[in-house]
Design a protein around this ligand. Structure first.
Ligand code: NDP
Length: 326
C-alpha cells in the first residue's frame, strides 16, 4: 500500500517538500476483515487547518476516499462493493467494516462514484445542513455565498435557488463566474478583479443580504457583514483565506454590527448532523438525478499527484469538487 505522509507541519502554504510517499506491505486478512483499494480520493480545505491540530509529523495525511472491496473475509462487504472510508491518503487499506459507508443502494451505474465525496457526500451535506439549518432561508431572501464555484458553495447557491431566493456568488476567475451563471446564480463577481468588495456587494444587491454563507473570512467578511439586513443570518462554514495564517490578521470588529443589526451568526461542523446524513444524502442524490442540482468536478489523475491536487485546490485551480483519481 502506498501512502502520502506529512513530513513537516505546514508553515504558510503547503509545499511539495512537506509531503513524502511511503510504501508498506499489508498483512493477510483476518476473519471479518476487508481489503479495499482507493478509486477516488478527496482533497479538502479542512486538511490544511486540521493537519496542524490532529496530526504529528510523519503521519499519513487525513482524508476520505471511495474504495472498492478487492478481497473480503466479511460477508457484509463482498468483493466489488464501493464504500466511502476515512482512511487518509492511501491506496489500499484493511477495515473491519465498522467505519465503511457503502454507497446508497439506489446509486445509479451512470453516476460517477466520485460524487460520494462531493455533491452527494460531505461537501453536499455541508451545504445542505449548514445552509438550511443555520441560514433558515425564506422565499425572496437575498443570499450571499463566497467560494461559490467550489464544492460546497456551488451547492449552497443551487439549494438557495430551489428555495426561491436571489443568489449572489463570488469566485476567483472569470470561468468560475460563467459557471455560476450557468448553474443559475442571479449575480456573480470575480473578487480578484473588483476594485472594491463593498461596491461589488452593493451593486449585486443594493438592498443588502438576508443570508450569508461564509466560506472565506478575513477581508471578505469585513466587507460583507456591514451589508447584512437587520435580523440577517450568517452561517460560518469556513475561513479559507485565513487557514495559512499562523496569527489571524487584526481587522475591523464586527460585534457592534451583530448587535445593532440583531444578526445571528453561527459556526458549524457538518458532523453535527451525522444522524441525519442519510436524509441529506437521499435528497441530494434525488436533486442530482432530477437535474435540479448540477455538479462539476476537477479531477487530478494519479495517486502520485495527490499533493499537487491538494495544493492546486487551495490556490483555486478547481471549479467544483477537487478529486484525485487513482
Ligand atoms: P472549494 O471546492 O471551494 O475549494 C477551495 C476554494 O477556495 C478554491 O477553489 C478557491 O477558489 C478558494 N480560495 C482559496 N483561497 C482563497 C482566498 N484567500 N480567498 C477566497 N477564496 C479562496 O472547497 P470546499 O467547497 O470543499 O470548501 C469551501 C469552504 O467550506 C472552506 O472554507 C472549507 O473549510 C469549508 N468547509 C467546512 C465544513 C464544515 O463542516 N464546517 C465542511 C466542508 C468544507 P477561488 O478561485 O474562488 O478563490
Amino acid at each position: 500500500s502506498k501512502s502520502w505522509t506529512m513530513v513537516k507541519h505546514f508553515d504558510g502554504e503547503p509545499k511539495p517538500e512537506d509531503f513524502k510517499l511511503i510504501e508498506k506491505e499489508l498483512p493477510p486478512l483476518q476473519d471479518g476483515e476487508i481489503l479495499l483499494e482507493s478509486v477516488f480520493l478527496s482533497v479538502d480545505p479542512y486538511m490544511r487547518p486540521y493537519s496542524g491540530r490532529l496530526m504529528k509529523e510523519g503521519d499519513v495525511m487525513i482524508g476520505s476516499q471511495v474504495g472498492r472491496v478487492i478481497e473480503s473475509k466479511n460477508s457484509a462487504f463482498p468483493v466489488g462493493v464501493y464504500c466511502v472510508a476515512n482512511m487518509g491518503w492511501t491506496t489500499h487499506f484493511i477495515s473491519n467494516g465498522k467505519e465503511l459507508n457503502p454507497l446508497p443502494s439506489e446509486w445509479p451505474e451512470s453516476l460517477p462514484r466520485s460524487l460520494a465525496l462531493g455533491t452527494v457526500g460531505m461537501p453536499g451535506l455541508t451545504a445542505y445542513f449548514g445552509f438550511l439549518e443555520i441560514c433558515n432561508p425564506k422565499e425572496g431572501d437575498v443570499v450571499l455565498v463566497n467560494c461559490a464555484a467550489g464544492a460546497v458553495g456551488s451547492i449552497v447557491g443551487q439549494i438557495a435557488k430551489l428555495k426561491g431566493c436571489k443568489v449572489v456568488g463570488s469566485a476567483g476567475s472569470d470561468d468560475k463566474i460563467q459557471f455560476l451563471k450557468d448553474i443559475g446564480f442571479d449575480e456573480a463577481f470575480n473578487y480578484k478583479k473588483v476594485g472594491s468588495l463593498e461596491e461589488a456587494l452593493k451593486k449585486a444587491s443594493p438592498e443588502g443580504y438576508d443570508c450569508y454563507f461564509e466560506n472565506v473570512g478575513g477581508k471578505f467578511s469585513d466587507a460583507a457583514v456591514p451589508q447584512m439586513k437587520d435580523f440577517g443570518r450568517i452561517s460560518v462554514c469556513g475561513v479559507i483565506s485565513m487557514y495559512n495564517d499562523a496569527v489571524p490578521p487584526s481587522g475591523p470588529y464586527i460585534q457592534p454590527l451583530i448587535l445593532f443589526k440583531q444578526l445571528r451568526m453561527e459556526g458549524f461542523i457538518v458532523t453535527r448532523w451525522k444522524d441525519r446524513f442519510v436524509e441529506g444524502q437521499k435528497q441530494l442524490l434525488q436533486w442530482v438525478l432530477e437535474g435540479k442540482v448540477k455538479y462539476r468536478e476537477h479531477i487530478t489523475k494519479g495517486f502520485e499527484n495527490m499533493p499537487k491536487g491538494f495544493m492546486g485546490m487551495l490556490k483555486g485551480e478547481n471549479t467544483g469538487k477537487a478529486i484525485i483519481q487513482v
